[in-house]
Design a protein around this ligand. Structure first.
Ligand code: UDP
Ligand code: MG
Length: 333
């Protein structure tokens, strides 16, 4: 069921963007799926009362997808094709789509028809309940068990543990976002998989809905098993950002303090042995430990200070406030 426009207004989804919905699709060598995909999305969204656009981002395809988009886009009013100069990867392709999207709500999905456009309205309705991000959960995923499903299960468990965002399926591309949330998120590398985690850091309200999933009918997957390791590295980045982004001195400074204090206490003990009891301490491993603890402590302190400077540059260079506002309520009179 679609919510009516007025409900969108009431739910404060509508702001000053000209369209209701932008569907962003990253495309890399998916020529056989494109026509069906566009028709299906358009079909479902024209039935709704929403104004919409489909943004196809061609990520340097070499199979004729580019030519196909060049042909189709001028003929349709609801389609915008963004052709990237070369293959950058799914994250930059999606970021390009987000930058040019004019909708209040931005929906993403894969071009290979593994996601079902029928789920778009379901995700939008859920978003209108008051969420900032709705993520798809491929409950009945149609991919190879050992090479895809197992690594993905482990990765999802780990990501949920580390980031604290308890959703089941980070890898599902079908997601709906409030555009204002995406405007706050900066994407790098392959971080599109971690959008819910990045959104959570920005204070977003996140939920998930079960979505359909189909086997790939045309073309082939662009990722192999090596993706698992890249995901793990990205997870480290996210963990770091979540933990340290706003308070590096607290983290590094506390560790530095512990290290310095232990070094100091052990150093006093050694001094007492030497000066008080006249023992020889020159050949004691403890002396080396004291030196290491003090040097490490000072270094951790310096990391914290440099971190603080970097954070200030990060926020101030972009005019980024250190808080995020959901809504401001004030009397109109
Ligand atoms: N994709 C892209 N650039 C790339 C790799 C993939 O735009 O460098 C697109 C691809 O065309 C598809 C989506 O990203 O629409 C997801 O890719 P794929 O279906 O291969 O991933 P899987 O579903 O197998 O995880
Ligand atoms: Mg796919």
């Amino acid at each position: 069921m679609f919510l009516s426009q007025s409900v969108l207004e009431q739910k404060k989804i509508k702001g000053d963007r000209p369209l209701d919905i932008s569907v962003v699709v990253p495309i890399y060598n998916e020529v056989d799926s494109i026509p069906t995909l566009i028709d299906k999305i358009a079909d479902i969204l024209t039935k709704s009362q929403y104004s919409y656009e489909i943004i196809c981002v061609d990520d340097g395809s070499t199979d004729g997808s580019t030519e196909l988009l060049k042909q189709v886009a001028p003929k349709r009013t609801d389609l915008k094709a963004i052709l990237l100069r070369r293959n950058y990867g799914q994250t930059p392709a999606m970021a390009a789509g987000f930058n040019y999207a004019k909708g209040e709500i931005i929906v993403t999905l894969d071009a290979d028809l593994q996601n079902d456009p029928e789920d778009i309205p379901v995700a939008i309705d859920k978003l209108a309940e008051g969420y900032d991000l709705v993520s798809g959960w491929r409950k009945n995923r149609q991919d190879a068990k050992l090479t895809r499903l197992l690594p993905s299960k482990i990765a999802n468990w780990l990501i949920a543990k580390v980031t604290g965002v308890k959703i089941h399926d980070y890898g599902c591309s079908l997601k709906a976002y409030r555009a204002e949330l995406l405007a706050d998120l900066n994407l790098y590398g392959e971080l599109h998989r971690f959008l819910p985690a990045l959104a959570y850091i920005e204070g977003a309200k996140i939920t998930e809905i079960p979505v359909r999933h189909h086997p790939r009918r045309h073309g082939s997957s662009k990722y192999g098993l090596d993706r698992t390791f890249r995901v793990l590295m990205d997870l480290l980045t996210i963990w770091f950002m979540k933990k340290f982004l706003t308070r590096p001195m607290h983290v590094f400074g506390s560790l530095g303090l512990i290290s310095l204090m232990s070094g100091f206490i052990l150093g006093v003990y050694l001094t007492f042995l030497k000066l008080g009891l006249g023992e020889n301490i020159g050949n004691r491993p403890l002396l080396i430990l004291v030196a290491i603890l003090i040097v490490t402590g000072l270094q951790l302190f310096s990391f914290g200070l440099i971190g603080e400077l970097l954070i200030r540059t990060y926020h101030e260079s972009q005019g980024r406030p250190i808080y995020r506002i959901r809504e401001i309520i004030e009397s109109k009179c």
